[in-house]
Design a binder for this molecule. Structure first.
Ligand code: NAP
Length: 256
């Protein structure tokens, strides 16, 4: 296999589960050293075990991306341990569905948590690594969503939809700002991917899954591994003239 990320060092947030875990292993298989950041260090360590089994090198860091101070401290730790950082994957995220008319305590908490992690968290980590990325002609891959666009089929998720629009907006704005430094910034928009994030919904709300799949030309839910190819591509030199855009990995959901 041609190793597309040989010599790179990639930071991946939310690397202890689902899409982040798959990207971490995929990047390691393509030759990158990986820094595995997660709020749950034991989960990151489980990913590190998979990276080691794939013949790669990983270091684990516990961080809450919503905590700006922690992000800054971890960034220094990553550089001290792994050397210069060339790739950042902003993947950590949460999702909760609640109508805006639900109990105020729930709605306010969901809004604050989702914006803090999905939007501010992306900013916090990116800012923490910004000088590394500028110095090393870095590549940023942000995980958006089909909800980086508006859908009537994804109800009761104003906070999540807002956050993923924010991720896409940040992607474009940062690409515009950092292009002069040779930094490329792109996003991936996954469709319904079977991960722990949506295990509860899939188990308890089959109607919602059916609505998604009825509008997915490929006719199946995605797996975390389906996001690895786009993530490797965007981080690699194959995407040398690609910036400020989003690659949808959604089985065609947005086409119909
Ligand atoms: P996941 O399996 O729940 O993995 C997310 C990881 O991020 C978990 O390890 C989680 O830890 C960690 N995390 C949560 N909050 C964090 C924080 N404050 N700081 C650091 N790490 C934190 O979810 P996933 O499905 O792989 O989702 C990854 C990304 O893809 C998210 O941005 C999500 O919005 C996006 N996405 C997913 C889908 C989908 O269908 N799965 C579709 C579109 C977009 P804990 O488990 O301990 O909370």
């Amino acid at each position: 296999m041609t190793k597309l990320l040989q010599g790179h060092c990639a930071v991946i947030t939310g690397a202890g589960s689902g899409i982040g875990q798959a990207i971490a292993v995929g990047y390691a298989e393509h030759g990158a050293k990986v820094a595995l950041l997660d709020i749950d260090k034991s989960a990151a360590e489980a990913t590190a075990q998979q990276v080691a089994e794939a013949g790669g090198k990983a270091s684990c860091f516990e961080v809450d991306v919503a905590n700006r101070q922690q992000c800054a401290e971890i960034a220094q730790g990553v550089v001290d341990e792994l050397g210069k950082v060339t790739i950042l994957v902003n993947n950590a995220g949460i999702n909760r569905r609640n109508p805006i008319t639900a109990d105020q305590a729930d709605v306010f908490k969901d809004w604050d948590d989702i914006i803090d992690i999905n939007v501010k968290g992306v900013f916090n980590i990116t800012h923490a690594f910004i000088e590394q990325l500028r110095a090393n002609k870095g590549r940023v891959v942000n995980i958006g969503s089909i909800q980086s666009f508006v859908h009537v089929r994804t109800p009761n998720s104003a906070a999540y939809t807002t956050s993923k629009h924010g991720v896409l907006g940040f992607t474009k704005a940062l690409a515009a700002e950092l292009g002069k430094d040779g930094v490329r910034v792109n996003a991936i928009g996954p469709g319904l991917i079977e991960t722990p994030l949506n295990a509860h919904s899939r188990a308890n709300n089959p109607d919602l899954v059916k609505i998604f799949l009825d509008h997915t030309p490929l006719g199946r839910a995605g797996q975390a591994g389906d996001i690895v190819g786009p993530a490797v591509f965007l981080a690699s030199d194959m995407a040398a003239y690609v910036t400020g855009t989003i690659i949808m990995a959604d089985g065609g959901y947005r086409t119909i």
